[in-house]
Design a protein around this ligand. Sequence first.
Ligand code: SAH
Length: 397
Amino acid sequence: MAKKLPSVLLRSGEDRRVRDGHPWAFSNEILMDADTKAIPPGSLATLRAPSGEALGLVTFNPHSLIATRLLTSNPEAVVDALFIGRRLAQAVSLRDRLIGVPFYRLIHAEADGLPGVIVDRFGDALVVQVNTAGMDALTPVLLEALEAELAPRTIVLKNDSPVRVLEGLTREVVVAKGESAGAIELIENGAKFVADLSEGQKTGWFYDQRDNRRFVAGVAKGANVLDVYSYSGGFGVLAAKEGAKSVLCIDRSAAARDAAMAAAALNGVDGIVSFEKAEAFEALEKLGGTMARKFDVVICDPPAFVKNRKDLKIGAQGYRKMVRLAAPLVARGGFFFVASCSHLVDLPLFADQVRRGLRDAERTGRILLTSGAALDHPVHPNLPETAYLKAMTLQLD
Ligand code: SAH
């Protein structure tokens, strides 16, 4: 028999949003009496309306601003490996249809019915990030379900994201199955790349830019390309493989350089791709200085400049500066791709920074495409603000 779950009650009038399909309740919406506060962080619980009516099963963390995260609106459900397995199976079948090769974001948290969980798939290796106390407690069940669904050779628990601290969790990287993962090969857009599943940034690879990389490579045939913040060459190496004349990748990370050059070699374009290990703004200033080199395609896909709300104003100006420094390097009629993965910077704010940066650089042009993350990064309809990636491709005069 399933043991009885603790109950968490919403305050009077606070059940409307949850009834409307929103997967979260915030701590100020919960009746935090002594019993509720005593529920261990990460517990499974029954979420109840003020009337006592059960609204669903949630994971609960009394210490987190997002206090409850809905797992299912069926209060009778049993959350076990079969439950999680059904969600995994659905996610796998969607990705197999959308992507076609087993290299994709398999689970994108709430939108795939597993709040707080990210899983990236690299063939028979999986990188899992668990970002809430609730899913941390369910990790053994999640691992069991992954095993039953996919029987992977390797599972890395890449639990090093800073948000874990807000949930009262430690940060650590653990190989949960198989030998230590290290560098592996992946296929994206028909090209080969290298990702380090234990040491790389985030899960080792940014699948969210897959479609944007293909679009940019499509306009880069015969072009001289500059890929700033290149990481492992996702944009630049694909552009080279698709017929760019030259590609210069810039990133400050030595590991990124090694991965990008390895990818260039794997795709037979190491004669076309070069890499400069440098700080981006300094490199852009240098390129725009005495050398005044021009590129037919310039890509700027930086890390999040805004990491918390108090840095919003200053951080957002980083995008303006980036555009001011990079736009002068775009040849007349050339293409300029810029992206922001700061979830606090919305599209209007980002677009405004891009506009200002172009103005500073005294360049005009037109927006050809405004895009977001690839299809394996779906968004829960009640959480549109979690669509963090914004990208614009412009042609400059
Ligand atoms: N465009 C990449 C992803 C970029 S992630 C892709 O398609 O996969 C951001 C990258 O910026 C990281 O590789 C990081 O090493 C690099 N980076 C961060 N700050 C930097 C700086 N100030 N100068 C140069 N590179 C930087």
